[in-house]
Design a protein around this ligand. Sequence first.
Ligand code: CAO
Length: 424
Amino acid sequence: MKALEGVRILDFTHVQSGPTCTQLLAWFGADVIKVERPGVGDATRKQLVDKPGADSLYFTMLNHNKRSIELNSKNETGKEVLTRLIQECDVLVENFAPGALDRMGFGWERIQEINPRMIMASVKGFGPGKYEDCKVYENVAQCAGGAASTTGFLDGPPVVTGAQIGDSGTGLHLALGIVTALFQREKTGRGQRVLAPMQDGVINLCRVKLRDQQRLDAGPLTEYSQYSEGIPFGDATPRAGNDSGGGQPGRILKCKGWETDPNAYTYFITQAAVWEKICDVIGKPDWKTDPDYATPPARLPRLNEVFDAIEEWTKTKTKFEVMDICNPLDIPVGPILSMKEIAEDQGLRATGTVVEVDHPERGPYLSVGCPVKMSDSPVDVVRSPLLGEHTMEILSEVLGFEGQDLNRIVESGAVGEVRAEAAE
Ligand code: CAO
């Protein structure tokens, strides 16, 4: 038994934001039917190809546990099949460019007519307003959502982050909206529209930076390194390098081997509660009582000096030794892990956060498993479907087409050439 067993998703998503969402729903037990253009499929199948002829990692890593049906939703027979899918499914998820579903003839009004219980969930770049018709990709959302202006160093340009907060982040927001709408439908019997604009998702994740924007009205942001360096603040939340986003100053510091290893660094937080232990560890016991260092406000104008001293110590240890020494003392630190280290981490393999999956075209590959663990709804990661792998199964088992009806659909070309050949 899985949490979302019995929930059927009509997955009209592509690229990253939408597929992230429907993959999560599939992991929670929903039956996710991915609708793809015949012979083409999700564009990511053929993007960033590392094994010619095989689906790319970009596609496989975002589409586990789904079934794939090839369907031309613009031809008449295709529309008939799509209408039946809308009748049979609980949720339609899409992240087409604005207006694409309407142009197909399946806007919200029409979907409600076909199935009033249907939840229609969309990712768009922007919410209603002057940018609502724009196409948007990850980094556009990071920029328009305030992340880029607050990421990077003060003396450099805005920077986008490797974490896909615009795409995968919005997929997460959308998944929450969908399960919430399913919960409400239990009481009302009605479906509803769920919209997760990427700009809104990024702004939500940058909440603390809007906090700081307003704190600027009360004076300089004293926990930013900029303050301790005597650099005046402008009128917007500045880029803060690797400063901690909260009230406990922290930075990334060099560790043993930094000269040759680009990831020989640790994050180090000078949490007030463990300041005395930090002083002992780094060999500065006098700072425990020295009024210039003993309290957090006294340290704020001296952060560079404080972190320089800590770094003198971290440079004598590997990032893992720093972790081993500081953890028992409750000093919050974290090694800068490379993707190679994450791929090889046996602890992450044991929890299912990193999984090895086998694929008929490409052989075994690594993926990220479900990041949410539920005690009563275990997750088995199943390889992504080949293009149209489940077309016949969905037409007959889910939609009940058989005999002449099934032949008519296959022969119309609405479900792709490959399937037509298979049916013959
Ligand atoms: N059968 C027939 N036609 C299909 C089809 C199918 N099964 N699936 C898609 N199509 C058609 C669409 O109807 C659309 O046609 P029209 O332009 O004639 O209406 C066309 O394929 C292309 O769809 P699109 O405009 O969504 O795709 P694109 O590659 O041009 O743009 C993207 C991609 C991501 C920029 C755009 O979809 C978008 O802005 N989406 C919303 C924001 C978003 O999710 N961005 C994240 C992208 S990364 O995760």
